[in-house]
Design a protein around this ligand. Structure first.
Ligand SMILES: [Zn+2]
Length: 456
């Protein structure tokens, strides 16, 4: 929405109702100039000190420096000396629920790539948010994922033949999805049919792989691999036991998959990383998911103060002790999950060194993954894996936009969407500083992060 429509529009009424709108005087101004901050524009180039960014009608109008800057007519100036500005963050792997929407915005996540929900429910929510009826990040959604039969989850769309796989894609296309997601029981025959059909409609395919290895999926033309799935299956001589575990269900599959990492040969990891990079597969590793699940036996994890941001009802639904019981995870599994982490980091370094693209995603709002906040943990885990803060920021901005196929996001430049985050500390000095959020601009509307946090 634009500033000119601020107090009058339905969106602005909602924004005002939760007390997050900052500075909008109707009739006098229809633009805002953010002046004095250091701009990290998302292009990968050097930071621009003392920047002057003009925003109007939801778009960036101009980008320059304070020197010689003249405030355009009908434009309110916001002094941001001593601040940093980065593009709005993109969570490349989300499962969006209504309660999560303000959390995303408060933590600077202005776009999300939703990778499965109940088909009609998630697309209705997407449409309401994207047309401005409900405040929240821009939502791009896969609708319901496609899985082999019987589907692992009841709200997935099942397919047991190439013909059914194509029909599943057609159904999603008719529903208006933005991309297609496949799940663990999709075998290579089904996957090839899904990708071929999706290509017909210019839709990309994302995979949480199980019965198809990453190597086979990459060769088949998959666009992204979620959670590093299918990588160990591509490295071992015989993946049949891991694939059989995937067929049994999510928990057996996840357990066998995570357990296999520690024993993988580094030369095999290198080969798979190089092949996937060459095939232009984007990796959405969701390290925060791996890290979180590997530490569910740590009482400190279950008492993280950030969990205050999660409604009590949602925490009850998560029911982590019950999930751990159902999964059958004991100390041995958690130790194996933790042993997998350095190998996963090594794989990512090799993949990036081979020219591969990594996008930051979280898997929120699954258990213990806090919408918005988890994106910052993902960036920190990428830095822990050996990447620079600049790389981590790129993974959470430009790479996410590339994966969505949207050139107006992930970068602050004239004519691009006005989604950005104002920080009080330098994120390039310490990636943890991305949490020092002062204000967030979403669709050209600037609001205080604190005011939205006070609403929950
Ligand atoms: Zn997911």
């Amino acid at each position: 929405m634009s500033l000119s429509r601020c107090p009058a529009s339905a969106t602005a009424s909602l924004l005002l109702a939760i007390g997050l709108l900052a500075g909008c005087r109707r009739g006098t101004t229809d633009g805002v100039a953010l002046v004095g901050a250091t701009l990290i524009d998302g292009s990968g180039g050097p930071a621009l000190p003392d920047a002057a960014i003009v925003v109007r009608a939801g778009r960036i109008e101009s980008v320059g420096t304070r020197a010689g800057f003249q405030l355009p007519p009908r434009t309110a100036e916001v002094e941001l000396r001593g601040r940093w500005i980065i593009p709005g963050l993109i969570d490349a792997h989300a499962h969006v629920e209504p309660w999560a929407l303000p959390r995303y915005l408060a933590w600077g996540v202005t776009s999300v790539r939703d990778l499965h929900g109940s088909l009609d429910t998630i697309l209705r929510l997407r449409d309401r948010v994207n047309r401005g009826a409900l405040p929240g990040p821009r939502i791009y959604s896969a609708g319901a994922m496609i899985d082999g039969l019987p589907t692992t989850y009841p709200d997935a769309i099942g397919a047991s033949s190439a013909r059914e796989a194509r029909k599943a894609v057609d159904r999603l296309v008719n529903s208006g999805v933005d991309l297609v997601k496949v799940y663990t029981r999709i075998d290579p025959t089904l996957l090839r049919a899904v990708i071929d059909e999706a290509n017909t409609f210019n839709l990309r395919v994302a995979g949480h792989l199980g019965m198809t290895s990453a190597a086979v999926a990459g060769a088949a033309g998959i666009s992204s691999i979620e959670h590093l799935s299918g990588v160990p299956e591509s490295c071992v001589p015989d993946a049949s036991s891991i694939m059989a575990a995937h067929y049994r269900g999510f928990f057996p599959g996840w357990t066998a998959f995570e357990r296999s990492w520690a024993g993988l040969d580094s030369a095999a990891l290198d080969r798979v990383a190089t092949d996937l990079a060459r095939e232009h597969v984007t990796m959405v590793p969701t390290l925060v998911l791996h890290d979180t699940f590997s530490r569910l036996d740590d009482p400190a994890m279950l008492q993280d103060t950030m969990l205050r941001a999660v409604p009590a009802l949602q925490q009850q639904r998560w029911n982590v002790p019950d999930m751990v019981r159902r999964a059958g995870w004991t100390a041995a599994e958690f130790a194996a999950f933790r042993a997998a982490r350095p190998q996963q980091d090594l794989f990512l370094r090799r993949f990036a060194a081979a020219g591969g693209t990594i996008a930051a995603g979280t898997d929120a709002s699954n258990q213990m993954l806090i919408p918005g906040y988890s994106e910052h943990r993902e960036m920190a885990l990428l830095v822990h894996a050996g990447f620079s803060p600049r790389d981590a920021l790129a993974a959470a901005t430009r790479s996410g936009a590339l994966l969505l196929g949207v050139d107006s996001l992930g970068i602050i430049a004239p004519h691009k969407a006005a989604d950005l985050v104002v920080l009080t500390r330098d994120p390039l000095a310490d990636i943890g500083n991305t949490l020092a959020i002062d204000r967030v601009m979403s669709r050209g509307v600037l609001f205080s992060a604190d005011s939205i946090r006070r609403s929950w």
